[in-house]
Design a binder for this molecule. Structure first.
Ligand code: ARG
Length: 472
């Protein structure tokens, strides 16, 4: 921020006798957070300049001078030689000051036919469409990292869990791919969001459209939007794109938190499934032996602020009358914070995932621990005509017997099996292997190696599509 006390460049002073009270000015100012919209505001200003020329409101020389000054201002903003001052109310005010400094009175022509109301809604859409592409890029990298681990460990079995209790064996890759599906839906959701966000509010002016003869559709095309808003009142009031983005971001946060929680568990002494690479772990200031999963914990923790941002924004929007109300200035911080947060967390999680080492022996050894083959046994009995209710009972007894005798299912002798139930003939052994249990789950969506390999191929293609969309 530049000098306090520079001459104010208010955009609305005409009818006021006194200047604003200090308390009002301090409450009203948004330039400290909306300054990041400057490049987008300047893009829109260049499009607006061409529209004014097209409408005969600027001569060719004026248009060229205006575009030259806007380009110069853009460069000055980027290299930091032009900065907002404490007297600039918002990004629009600061940039008009920059334009007036360069062009004198000609700079004052740019404001014709537009208002900060359609400008700010346009800027935020442009900002988000840009940042959503960056987020989708980072999502694609995370998808790719998970896919890489799944591919490297394609045949490693793990105990699949419900209620965090060993349930049935799965391929560890199957579990990793479950996370990929969630992030792939997130990327698809943002691509879909983009279709609805690609509507230009420019031309709506303050709320009713402009009496000046320029075509909002022309402005929309210049800025890469697919259409101009069909209703000027909706154009300046609508923040659905911001709320929807915050929702998509919050859900990504929730997905990251669930993956983060699993990483915390997997890297614990108790699980011992993975070792986090040193580059993505932290130490303790007192306990020299510690290696902590802070990336995963921060990923888990950041979900809170993303959900909070969404909740705050929806609460701001609730009950607002049409059209623009100053409450809407509160739309920006949650949106910016959500984008910043994801752009911080996603690369860290992608790095952590890409580099963890899997203790393959330990994880596969635990795949059958906790009688995870019990369902297979019951289903085997079902295939031999035993009603499932009875099969469930028989296997339940067998499990208790095993617990009492401290053995695993496959360690029970033929004679003991038969004593527990005459249906448990020696050929039950064929289903008492993890490999058998995995291979048997071969229907669509199951954890059989072939199904998992197909999923992997399909998800790779999808992740590549996400990466390609993000840079298109
Ligand atoms: N800084 C304002 C915002 O972010 C810009 C729009 C101001 N419009 C107005 N009518 N006061 O919402």
């Amino acid at each position: 921020m530049g000098e306090a006390g520079s001459a104010p460049t208010r955009l609305w002073g005409g009818r006021f006798e006194s200047g604003p009270a200090e308390a009002l000015a301090r409450l009203s100012v948004s330039v400290q957070f909306d300054w990041r919209l400057a490049p987008y505001d300047l893009l829109a200003s260049r499009a607006h300049t061409r529209a004014l020329y097209g409408a005969g409101l600027l001569t060719e020389a004026e248009r060229d001078a205006m575009l030259g000054a806007l380009n110069d201002l853009d460069r000055a903003c980027r290299d930091g030689t032009f900065r907002p001052t404490a007297a600039d109310e918002d990004v629009h005010t600061a940039l008009e000051r920059g334009l007036l400094e360069r062009l004198g009175t000609l700079g004052g022509k740019l404001r014709a036919g537009r208002s900060r109301n359609d400008q700010v809604a346009t800027d935020l859409r442009l900002y988000l469409r840009d940042h959503v592409r960056m987020i989708v890029s980072r999502l694609a990298e995370l998808e790719t990292a998970l896919l890489g681990q799944a591919e490297r460990h394609a045949d490693v079995a793990a105990p699949g869990m419900t209620h965090l209790q060993h349930a049935q064996p799965v391929l560890f890759a199957h579990q990793l791919l479950a996370h990929v599906h969630a992030f792939a839906r997130d990327a698809d959701r943002l691509r879909d969001w983009d279709k609805r966000a690609a509507i230009s509010p420019l031309g709506a002016g303050a709320l009713a459209g402009s009496s000046l003869p320029f075509d909002p559709r022309e402005l929309a095309t210049q800025l890469g939007f697919t259409a101009a808003a069909a209703n000027s009142m909706d154009a300046v009031s609508d923040r659905d794109f911001a709320a929807e983005f915050c929702f998509a971001a919050a859900l990504i946060g929730v997905h990251l938190s669930r993956l983060g929680e699993e990483i915390v568990l997997w890297s614990s002494q108790e699980f011992g499934w993975i070792e986090i690479d040193d580059a993505y772990a932290t130490g303790s200031s007192i306990m020299p032996q510690k290696k902590n999963p802070d990336v995963a914990e921060l990923a888990r923790g950041k979900a809170g602020r993303l959900i909070g941002g969404l909740t705050g924004l929806l609460t701001t929007l609730k009950g607002l009358p049409l059209t623009y109300n100053r409450d809407l200035q509160e739309d920006k911080e949650p949106v910016f914070d959500a984008a910043d947060t994801l752009l911080l967390v996603l690369p860290a999680m992608a790095g952590l995932i890409a580099t963890f080492r899997l203790h393959t022996e330990r994880i596969s050894a635990s795949a059958s621990v906790g009688f995870t083959l019990a369902t297979d046994l019951a289903e085997y009995l079902v295939q031999r005509g035993v009603p499932f209710r009875e099969a469930h009972e028989i296997v339940g007894h067998l499990v208790v017997w095993c617990q009492v005798h401290d053995v695993d299912l496959h360690e029970v002798s033929d004679a003991d099996l038969e004593r527990i139930s005459p249906s448990l003939t020696p050929d039950v052994r064929q289903v008492l292997t993890v490999e058998g249990a995995l291979a048997a789950r071969k229907e669509q969506g199951g954890t059989a190696p072939q199904r998992v390999a197909e999923q992997l191929t399909a998800l790779r293609a999808l992740a590549d599509q996400h990466a390609a969309w993000a840079t298109s």
